[in-house]
Design a protein around this ligand. Structure first.
Ligand code: HPA
Ligand code: ZN
Length: 339
């Protein structure tokens, strides 16, 4: 087994992936046609060509991302994309995946919270892959809107594992959602929040996540490295950093590769994720991990460490976690014996 085969066959977990970012260019066109939605792209090639998120990166990416997800108009659409993504996961040897969904967006387009949950859960229950759903709040929206989502989620409590925070970060600090996070914790949800790369006040936002919101994970979290106190807190409290090393036009980005190496060396619980696999050149987890391994020159042991961190940071039961970790160690051992 060579390194690429080792990575392909590795038992995997993924903790940072937005279900709305798994819609292929082909599917975007199909759904636009089926639902009569006007989009500014006439072909798959045009959709893919639009995936060049130059300055100011996050905003450009999000504008594109929301344009593509605007074709999702009913439960059937959501069911189909969830089913198709979970089928991909099986092919990637992903044993467990925790998926973000943006309820506010779907509701605005006419899919009720209940229909949305039914669509995703039908696909999840039919899949061999173990799944967790994380309800993400769009941070440019109001606190009141987020609190309403918690009300709507009440009757689906058993099917939603945690809450998160995504979308346009500038001017929308984590602290804006303090009340939301306090109630979510009381309601028994696990907590995470995006701290995207190169955002204004990035370090301050990471501080708020760790100290005020008291999150279990930080999504991305590259700028934790900019502050030794934060590094210490993340290490001590084992706050998993769900890094996504790929970006356009450089894929994977050299600076993010350097950060991954630094995080491993500091003993931080960092793992590898695709974020929005159909919207970045690196696509799905196996291919992304292979390019990270090659471009960052990571060893088999180091690639396994990323995955240990993913299973450890996941929100599954202890027993299930132990089974996956045992399988992962056996996989590494088999590779090391041969090489
Ligand atoms: N950051 C913020 N919002 C998002 C992202 C992201 O990486 N992906 C989808 N929505
Ligand atoms: Zn994300």
């Amino acid at each position: 087994m060579n390194m690429n085969e080792f990575i392909a066959a590795m038992p995997k977990a993924e903790l940072h992936i937005h279900i709305e970012g798994t819609v292929s260019a082909k599917k975007v066109l199909e759904l636009a046609e089926r639902n009569g939605v006007d989009i500014p792209y006439a072909s798959e090639a045009e959709i893919v060509a639009a995936q060049d998120y130059s300055f100011p990166a996050l905003e450009n990416f999000l504008d594109y991302h929301y344009m593509c997800s605007s074709v999702l108009r009913d439960g059937r659409d959501v069911y189909e994309i969830t089913r198709d993504f979970l089928e991909k996961c099986r092919f990637e040897n992903i044993r467990h995946v925790e998926m973000f969904f943006d309820p506010q967006q779907h509701i605005e387009r006419g899919v009720s919270f209940d229909d949305l949950m039914e669509a995703m859960m039908t696909a999840c229950q039919a899949s061999e892959v173990s799944t967790g759903l994380i309800m993400c709040m769009n941070r440019e929206r109001s606190l009141e809107s987020a609190m309403e989502m918690l009300d709507l989620a009440d009757k689906h409590r058993e099917d939603i594992i945690g809450v998160g925070l995504d979308s346009y970060e500038e001017g929308n600090p984590p602290i804006k959602f303090q009340e939301f996070y306090d109630r979510a914790r009381e309601d028994g949800y696990r907590l995470t929040a995006h701290c995207d790369c190169d955002q204004k006040d990035a370090v301050k936002h990471a501080h708020q996540c760790a100290h005020d919101l008291n999150v279990d994970r930080i999504d991305h979290g590259l700028h934790v490295l900019d502050d030794p106190e934060l590094v210490e807190v993340v290490r001590k409290r084992e706050i998993t950093l769900t890094m996504c090393p790929t970006w356009r036009p450089s894929d994977p980005e050299p600076r993010r590769l350097k950060a991954l190496r630094e995080m491993l060396d500091l003993g931080l619980p960092v793992c590898l994720n695709t974020d929005d696999p159909e919207e970045f050149a690196s696509r799905y987890l196996t291919h992304m991990m292979q390019s990270v391994q090659q471009k960052g020159n990571f060893s088999a042991e180091e690639m396994t460490q990323f995955m240990r961190n993913a299973f450890r940071g996941s929100w599954i039961g202890q027993e299930q976690r132990a089974i996956h970790l045992t399988e992962l160690e056996a996989h590494l051992e088999a590779y090391l014996k041969q090489n």
